[in-house]
Design a protein around this ligand. Structure first.
Ligand code: SF4
Length: 439
């Protein structure tokens, strides 16, 4: 805490141009933090691109310097995790200028909308200082900048009005020399929910070069923007809403998980690739394979692949089932390669020679070394070719009892009765080939 306080009375320590409003705001913020008794280690400053981003080195607290406009999103992420999963003690402050707030406007709108518990200090000096004094979305009408030498012909964004209408629960607009600025910042820091303070200030590097303006003129500029504002409302924060919806009353995550039916033993992980056509239920069938594995007390991962169009072309799922933790979810050499359509065949044909066992629809190949089965005859049932093929795998290779997969169908499947019938026919065909346990 002493370290924060040390910077307050030493403007020479600041990296900004003499008279820059950033210095004033940093000093006022430091005093506010000190007076509130906040601990250095519980404080996070998230800064943006621009001169305002030089703040990182000035405060001995946690700091994150982000890409342009992304500071609010990063801050929101930090606070969401702190509020929902940890002990909710971090104060997260976004230090943002004209560029960060207009380039990152949607992040501000979204954070206000869901009432994330962060404080945003918008340093509005009416232009882009760091890159040469160009006009910004916040430049007032008739204000001169390096790119509007005859005066900006357009009205500025009223950013506080935008955020108020987006759901901000604390919003204030003032100027850097306002004697009440420190108290406003303190209130914003103590507010539970999204708090934003727009602070009008002067860029002495450019604003004063092109305009007849001094610090005393900021009050008039504030009036032109609608005057000083400070409004506080009470509403549940993001974390409160989230915890109420997804946690039990004790702050513990309420897992609505899968109850293990019985624990089966599996010597080696099973790697199964199912390849078919989009819209034919490949990924749902693969999910049921994962569910059934978890019911059997095993670990399972599923990695899907499909074109961006989702509903056309191939659809592939890679499923790994293992007694041990699975650290990588990709499959290079499948134990079982199931192919149920020509789309799937084209997509995974490079795996044919790498797979220990290929279970494939009989219309797709003449190759006798594969298990050629009539999977597509079951196309009238959604996912039928996949369930028939998985049934065949269970009947022939018996990774674990097929009844566990049946339970998964009944618990998590769709068109349960029809799917169950198709699966059982697959099991029956597999058994007729003779039962063989995988290695
Ligand atoms: S260029 Fe402007 S905003 Fe940047 S440090 Fe100098 S006065 Fe401040």
């Amino acid at each position: 805490m002493r370290d924060i306080f040390e910077i307050i009375d030493r403007p020479q320590n600041f990296p900004y141009c003499p008279g820059c409003g950033h210095t004033t705001i940093d000093m006022v913020l430091a005093r506010a933090i000190f007076e509130l008794g906040l601990k250095n280690e519980d404080f996070v400053i998230v800064s943006d691109i621009g001169c305002v981003g030089l703040v990182d080195k000035l405060f001995r607290v946690h700091t994150v310097h982000t890409l342009h406009g992304r500071s609010t999103a990063v801050a929101a992420g930090i606070k969401m995790v702190d509020e929902v999963l940890f002990d909710n003690k971090l104060k997260v402050v976004v230090m943002i200028g004209d560029g960060g707030s207009t380039i990152g406007l949607l992040h501000l709108v979204e954070a206000a909308k869901i009432n994330v518990d962060i404080t945003v200090l918008i340093h509005n000096n009416f232009l882009y200082g760091m890159t040469g004094g160009q006009h910004s979305g916040l430049t007032p009408k008739d204000f001169k900048t390096s790119t509007t030498l005859n005066g900006n012909p357009f009205e500025p964004l009223k950013i506080i009005d935008i955020l108020k209408n987006s759901g901000a629960t604390f919003y204030a607009r003032t100027y850097s020399q306002d004697p009440e600025l420190k108290e406003i910042i303190k209130e914003a820091l103590l507010h539970r929910g999204f708090a934003v303070v727009e602070i009008l200030e002067l860029c002495t590097g450019y604003a004063t070069r092109y305009n007849e303006i001094k610090g005393s003129g900021l009050k008039n500029m504030l009036d032109n923007l609608g005057g000083k504002v400070k409004v506080k409302e009470k509403k549940e924060s993001f974390g409160e809403i989230y915890k109420n919806k997804f946690f039990d009353g004790k702050g513990e995550v309420e897992f609505k998980g899968i109850e293990i039916d019985k624990r089966v033993s599996l010597k080696e992980p099973l790697k199964i690739v199912i390849a078919g056509s989009a819209g034919e239920g490949v990924q749902l069938a693969a999910s049921l394979l994962c569910y059934s594995s978890i019911l059997a007390g095993l670990n399972a991962t599923q990695k899907n692949d499909n074109p961006v169009t989702v509903g056309s072309g191939f659809s592939v799922s890679e499923v790994i089932i293992s007694e041990r933790n699975i650290k990588y979810s990709g499959i290079e050499k499948p134990n079982y390669l199931i192919i149920t359509s020509i789309d799937g065949f084209k997509r995974v044909k490079n795996l044919l020679n790498l797979s220990e066992n290929v279970i494939i629809d009989e219309t797709l190949t003449e190759n006798k070394s594969y298990f050629r089965i009539p999977a597509r005859r079951y196309l009238s049932v959604r996912g039928g070719p996949n369930y028939f093929s998985i049934g065949f795998l269970f009947g022939k290779f018996s990774p674990f009892e097929s009844e566990i997969f049946e339970k998964a169908i009944l618990k998590y499947g769709k068109s349960k009765e029809e799917v169950l019938k198709v699966f059982k026919e697959g099991v029956s065909l597999g058994k007729s080939y003779g039962v063989q346990s995988p290695a």
